[in-house]
Ligand binder design. Structure first.
Ligand code: PGA
Length: 248
C-alpha cells in the first residue's frame, strides 16, 4: 500500500516563537499513526525550531518551502541543498504555484531544484497544477505534463523518491477545490507519466492540495488515487491540523 503524506505548508506564517507554541499543542494532541507521514514546511527561519521539536518522532519530518539548485555562491536570500542536508531536512517544496506565478520561477528552475534535492537524497515535494483559464481551455494535462517533463530522463531510482503534489492553482487559498474525481483523473495521469519513465507508479506519492480542510478532507482522502494532502491555511492551527491529519 502506498504511504500517505500530510504536508503543512505554512507559507509566510509562524516565526520561531509561534512555531514552538504550535508544536507544543500539536504534539499533545496528535498520536502517531503508522500509515502516514506528517511533514512541516515552515518559513526557513523557523525550520530548525520545528525540526528540533519533531526529532525522535519517526512519523514527523520537516523541510523548507524553497531551495536553490547551486551548492553555494553569491545568491543573496537563497539556501542550498547541502545546507538542508547538514540541518537534517527531509526535503523541500519545489515549484509551488506561488513561486511559479508570484515570483516567476520557471519550469526549468523547478526542475533544477528537484534534481539537486534528489541527487542529495532529499525529497522534493514537486508541485504541479493548472490555472483556471488553462482548465477551462481543456489544457490541464498539457500543463501538468509540461511541468513534469523537466524531470524527464532522471534515473528511475531518483524519480521514485519524488512526491508530486497536484495543486490546481484556482483551488489554492480560494476555498474552491477540485472534486475527488477531478483530482483522481489528474493523479492517474501523473502516475502514468512515471510509468512511462520506467517507475513503478505505486512507488510515487501523489498528494492533493488546494483549500483542503476538515470539511472536504475526508472525501478527498477516500479517493484511492490521492496519497495525502498538502495544506496551507488549514495547517496553521495545531488543533485543526491534528484533526485533519487523523482523517481516515
Ligand atoms: P491552501 O494552500 O490549503 O491554503 O489552499 C495549499 C498550498 O498552497 O499548498
Amino acid at each position: 500500500m502506498r504511504r500517505r503524506l500530510f504536508a503543512a505548508n505554512w507559507k509566510m506564517h509562524h516565526g520561531p516563537g509561534a512555531a514552538r507554541s504550535f508544536l507544543g499543542t500539536f504534539l499533545e494532541q496528535y498520536a502517531r499513526r503508522t500509515d502516514r507521514d506528517v511533514w512541516f514546511f515552515p518559513p526557513a527561519i523557523s525550520f530548525t525550531t520545528v525540526l528540533d521539536l519533531v526529532r525522535g518522532r519517526p512519523d514527523l519530518g520537516a523541510g523548507v518551502q524553497n531551495v536553490h539548485w547551486e551548492p553555494k555562491g553569491a545568491f543573496t536570500g537563497e539556501i542550498s541543498v547541502p545546507m538542508l542536508v547538514e540541518a537534517g531536512a527531509n526535503g523541500a517544496i519545489v515549484g509551488h504555484s506561488e513561486r511559479r506565478h508570484g515570483f516567476g520561477e520557471t519550469d526549468e528552475e523547478s526542475g533544477n531544484k528537484a534534481r539537486a534535492l534528489l541527487a542529495a537524497g532529499l525529497v522534493p515535494v514537486f508541485c504541479v497544477g493548472e490555472k483556471l483559464e488553462e482548465r477551462e481551455a481543456g489544457e490541464t494535462w498539457a500543463v501538468v505534463r509540461r511541468q513534469l517533463n523537466v524531470l524527464d530522463g532522471l534515473p528511475t531510482r531518483q524519480l521514485a523518491q519524488l512526491v508530486v503534489a497536484y495543486e490546481p492553482v484556482w483551488a489554492i487559498g480560494t476555498g474552491r477545490n477540485a472534486t475527488p474525481a477531478d483530482a483522481a483523473e489528474v493523479h492517474r495521469s501523473i502516475r502514468g507519466w512515471f510509468e512511462k519513465q520506467g517507475v513503478n507508479p505505486d512507488d510515487v506519492t501523489v498528494p492533493y492540495g488546494g483549500s483542503v480542510n476538515l470539511r472536504n478532507g475526508a472525501d478527498l482522502l477516500a479517493e484511492p488515487e490521492i496519497d495525502g494532502v498538502l495544506v496551507g491555511g488549514a495547517s496553521l492551527d495545531p488543533t485543526g491540523w491534528a484533526q485533519l491529519i487523523s482523517l481516515r
